[in-house]
Design a protein around this ligand. Structure first.
Ligand SMILES: *Cc1c(COP(=O)(O)O)cnc(C)c1O
Length: 404
C-alpha cells in the first residue's frame, strides 16, 4: 500500500473535517518543489495561498529562524525584546507608514484593522458611540473569525456561526458609485482586497483603488487595504495598491510576511490612526515575538533583495499570455496580475476541482478558488524554465478530453 493512503486515513480519522485537501501528503519542500511520502515530486503552484512567495525553506529565512531559535523565542509584550523594533522599522519603511502593529495570523490583523478604524472613528472623527460602520465588498475573504465571517457574502462561511457583529455594509466589489452611496456620517472604514483572492482572483477596473481612496478621503473614511494575499510582490508590485498609487490608510499584511515558516502579520498606519491604541487596548501573546520578528525581517529582505515583485510582473505577464493561447473549450477567462493568476472554467465544464486533480496527477499542485477558478500562484522565486515546462501540462489538462 502507498504511504499516502495511510497518512490520509490517519489525518481524516483524527482531524476535524473543515478542509477537503487534494490526496497528496507532502513531506519535504525546497524552493518551488515539494516531495510526497511516496517519493513523487510536484511543482507547488499554490504557495500556501501566497504565504510562500519566497519559496519553501528559503535559506536566509530558515537561517534567521534557526539563529533566533538558539537565542530567544518569546518574551510576550510584557517586556521588550531586541528584535521587534528593527523588524517593524524595516516593515514600516518598506510600506511607507510611520507605525506597525504586529500580530500572527491574517484574521487577527484584519480584526486589528477593524478595531483601529472603529476607535479612530469614535476618538478622532467623532462618530457617536456604537454607531461606527465599515463598508465591505461582496465576495470578500478576510479570514475566519466570527466577526469576519459575519460580513461574508458566502453562505457557507456564515451558516451555523451566528449571531454576528453588526456594523458592516456590503457593496459590490469594484463599484465606486455603490461605495459613494453607502457612505454615511457614521462610516469609519472601507475594507477591501485590491484583488479578491478567495473570491476567485477578481480584478477590479483599473484605477478602482485610487478612486476609492479619493472618495474615502473626501468623506473622512479610512481605506483598509487587505494585502494579506496580494502584498509582498505577488501581483508584480511590492503591494497591489501600487498599481493604483495608493496603499490605503491602514495596510494589512500577513502570509508571505512569515516567509512560509512562521505566522507573522501586521497592520501599518500613520500616527493619527495608530495613536488611538493605548496600553491595554489590544494585544497578542505571540504578536511581535522575537522569533517572528527575525523571520519577518528576513522574509521582507528576501522580497526586496531578490526583486521578487519585478519577477512576478515579468513572469506573470508572459505566463498569462501563454495560457490565453491555449484556446481551450473549458476556459472562460484567464485573469490576474503578476503571479496571481486565475483560470476560470466555463460553467458547462463543471467545477475547477477535477482540473486540479488532473494537474496533481501530472505533478503540478494548484487549488480551486470560488468553485470555478483554478488558482495559479507559484513561489515568486520560480525560474522561467520551470514555468515554461508546466505549460504543456496545463495545455493537456485543459484540452477537450482529459477532464470530461
Ligand atoms: C488568507 C487571507 C486572510 C486570512 O489570513 P489567515 O492567516 O488565514 O487568518 C485575510 N485576508 C485575505 C485577503 C487572505 O487572503
Amino acid at each position: 500500500m502507498h504511504r499516502t493512503e495511510t497518512f490520509v486515513r490517519e489525518a481524516e480519522r483524527w482531524s476535524a473535517h473543515n478542509y477537503a485537501p487534494l490526496p497528496v501528503v507532502i513531506e519535504r519542500g525546497e524552493s518551488c518543489w515539494v516531495w510526497d511520502v511516496d517519493g513523487n515530486k510536484f511543482l507547488d503552484m499554490l504557495s500556501a495561498y501566497s504565504a510562500l512567495n519566497q519559496g519553501h525553506r528559503h535559506p536566509a529565512i530558515v537561517g534567521a529562524l534557526k539563529e533566533q531559535a538558539d537565542k530567544l523565542t518569546l518574551t510576550s509584550r510584557a517586556f521588550h525584546n531586541d528584535r521587534m523594533g528593527t523588524f517593524l522599522k524595516a516593515l514600516a519603511e518598506a510600506a511607507g507608514f510611520t507605525r506597525a502593529l504586529p500580530m500572527n495570523t491574517g484574521a487577527e490583523a484584519v480584526e486589528t484593522a477593524i478595531k483601529a478604524a472603529r476607535k479612530w472613528g469614535y476618538k478622532v472623527k467623532g462618530v457617536a458611540e456604537d454607531r461606527a460602520e465599515i463598508i465591505v465588498c461582496e465576495n470578500n475573504f478576510h479570514g475566519r473569525t466570527t466577526t469576519i465571517v459575519g460580513f461574508s457574502s458566502e453562505d457557507q462561511y456564515r451558516d451555523g456561526f451566528g449571531p454576528f457583529a453588526p456594523g458592516f455594509k456590503l457593496i459590490p466589489h469594484g463599484d465606486l458609485e455603490a461605495l459613494e452611496a453607502a457612505i454615511t456620517a457614521d462610516t469609519v472604514g472601507f475594507l477591501v482586497e485590491p484583488i479578491q483572492g478567495e473570491g476567485g482572483i477578481v480584478v477590479p477596473p483599473d484605477g478602482f483603488l485610487a478612486r476609492a481612496h479619493e472618495i474615502c478621503r473626501a468623506n473622512r473614511v479610512l481605506l483598509l487595504n487587505d494585502e494579506i494575499q496580494t502584498g509582498l510582490g505577488r501581483t508584480g508590485r511590492m503591494f497591489c495598491g501600487d498599481w493604483d498609487g495608493t496603499r490605503g490608510d491602514i495596510l494589512i499584511v500577513g502570509k508571505a510576511l512569515g516567509g512560509g515558516v512562521y505566522p507573522v502579520s501586521a497592520i501599518l498606519a500613520n500616527d493619527e490612526v495608530m495613536d488611538v491604541f493605548h496600553p491595554g487596548d489590544h494585544g497578542s501573546t505571540f504578536g511581535g515575538n522575537p522569533l517572528g520578528a527575525a523571520v519577518g525581517l528576513a522574509s521582507l529582505e528576501v522580497i526586496l533583495n531578490e526583486g521578487l515583485a519585478d519577477r512576478a510582473e515579468q513572469l506573470g505577464t508572459w505566463f498569462m499570455d501563454r495560457l490565453r493561447q491555449f484556446n481551450s473549450p473549458h476556459v472562460k477567462e484567464v485573469r490576474g496580475r503578476g503571479l496571481m493568476i486565475g483560470v476560470e472554467i466555463r460553467p458547462e465544464s463543471g467545477m475547477a476541482r477535477p482540473f486540479c486533480e488532473a494537474l496533481k496527477e501530472r505533478g503540478v499542485l494548484c487549488n480551486d478558488t470560488h468553485h470555478h477558478t483554478i488558482r495559479i500562484a507559484p513561489p515568486l522565486v520560480i525560474e522561467r524554465e520551470t514555468l515554461e515546462a508546466s505549460l504543456p501540462i496545463f495545455e493537456e489538462v485543459l484540452s477537450p478530453s482529459v477532464v470530461a
